[in-house]
Structure formats: C-alpha cells, structure tokens
Design a protein around this ligand. Structure first.
Ligand code: ATP
Ligand code: MG
Length: 196
C-alpha cells in the first residue's frame, strides 16, 4: 500500500469514531442546525439543480435542509451507481418519487429518471480540513465524479459534516477533488470565490 493510502486509512479510522459519536449524541439537532447555518450564511442563487445524498450510517442528514430548499423552488437529483462504473451519475428526483435499490443497497431514483448535471453538489464526507480537502469512504467515487462534472460545467461542491469531522490537515493527492465549501452545524467554510 502506498504511503498516501496508509495515511488516509489512519485518518479515516479516527474520524469515523468521531462522526459516530457526534451522530449518537445529537444527529437530529445537528441536521436542523446545519439547515439554519446553511440558510443564514450560504448564498444560493435562485432555481438551482442540487445533488444531494441519502445519508448512510452516521453521515449528517441533509433532509431538513432539502425541505427548505425545495420550498424555495430548487430542484434535486440523487447519486446512482452503475455496474462496472467507478463514478456516480445523478438522476432527477422529486419528493415522493419511488426509489430503486442501487448496487450498494442504497436507495436511488429509478433508472428511467433522466441523468442530469447539478449546479451544486451536497457531498457527504468522513473528514475535512480548512483548506477544502475532503476524505471520503475511500472509493474515489466523488473525486472522479467531481472531476468529470467540472470538466463539463461549473458545479459548486459543498461538503456537509458534523463540526467534529474537521482535521487540522488531511492527507491529499492529485486525484482528490477539492471542495468549494463545507457546512457544519456550527459554521460555513468557504474555499472558493464561487461561494461568495
Ligand atoms: N480521477 C481519478 N482517476 C483515477 N483514480 C482516482 C481518481 N480519483 C480517485 N482515484 C483513486 O481512487 C482511490 C480512492 O481515492 P480516495 O482514497 O481519495 O477516496 P475518497 O475520496 O476517500 O472516496 P470517495 O470520493 O468515494 O468518498 C485512490 O486510489 C485514488 O487515487
Ligand atoms: Mg479522495
């Protein structure tokens, strides 16, 4: 195993424990707080197509935020895994639409829902730092997906996390796609001028 991979694995182990503790001590309060922090301190132009995710394990829940964004007229899409494909595609999703179970057992929009390219991607993560680096589950899925989308159109990547998922300095390599911002239950961190 190369040293970057080892460093990432070591960082993930501690961060996963912290994320689980944060979720156990107040997942619901944190999700509502994240919604309020996002809405009061993050500028969102009208009529965006926003990619979200269905939270797995102790990932912070974006649903309270999505409800407010839906009331403001934004549209949504969710990630889908495809057989033999190591990046994600996003399919349009409206509240109440049926789900389909993807190859990882995670609910996804049905395969007949159109593939779309979001303006903003709400991204789950294991860890983040104040330079916009992100540590995910270790599959490189969001890294590949963000790279592909950014080559095609402008997309703002916003990591959603518990504040305790912050590391002083995460290991990162050339394949790691940077975040434009991170929103936690406590604050908004902006790393790119496109978020001002
Ligand atoms: N664009 C890419 N091209 C080739 N390999 C890539 C690319 N992006 C990521 N990878 C590879 O994927 C593997 C996992 O990457 P990494 O450990 O950064 O995952 P992650 O960012 O934690 O996971 P995820 O994005 O799925 O949440 C690494 O070997 C990495 O080099
Ligand atoms: Mg990565």
């Amino acid at each position: 195993m190369d040293s970057l991979k080892k460093e990432k694995e070591a960082a993930r182990a501690g961060l996963r424990v912290r994320r689980k503790q944060a979720a156990e001590s107040g997942a619901v309060e944190a999700a509502f707080s994240l919604r309020d922090v996002f809405m009061s301190r993050f500028f969102c132009p009208q009529g965006l197509l926003i990619a979200s995710y269905i939270p797995q394990g102790s990932e912070i829940d974006p649903m309270p935020l999505l409800e407010v964004l839906e009331n403001k007229g934004h549209k949504f899409c969710l990630p889908c895994t495809a057989e033999g494909n190591s990046s994600l595609v996003f399919r349009a999703y409206r509240f109440g639409d049926p789900f389909h179970l993807g190859k990882k057992g995670i609910p996804e929009p049905v395969p007949s829902s159109p593939i779309v390219y979001p303006d903003m991607m709400l991204v789950p993560l294991v860890g983040f730092d104040r330079s916009g680096h992100r540590l995910g589950q270790g599959g490189g899925y969001y890294d590949r997906t963000l790279k592909q989308h950014r080559a095609y159109k402008k997309v703002i990547a916003v990591g959603l996390a518990f504040a305790t998922q912050e590391e002083p300095k995460l290991p990162f390599g050339e394949n790691d796609a940077p975040l434009d911002a991170v929103v936690t239950e406590k604050e908004v961190l902006k790393f790119s001028p496109s978020c001002e």
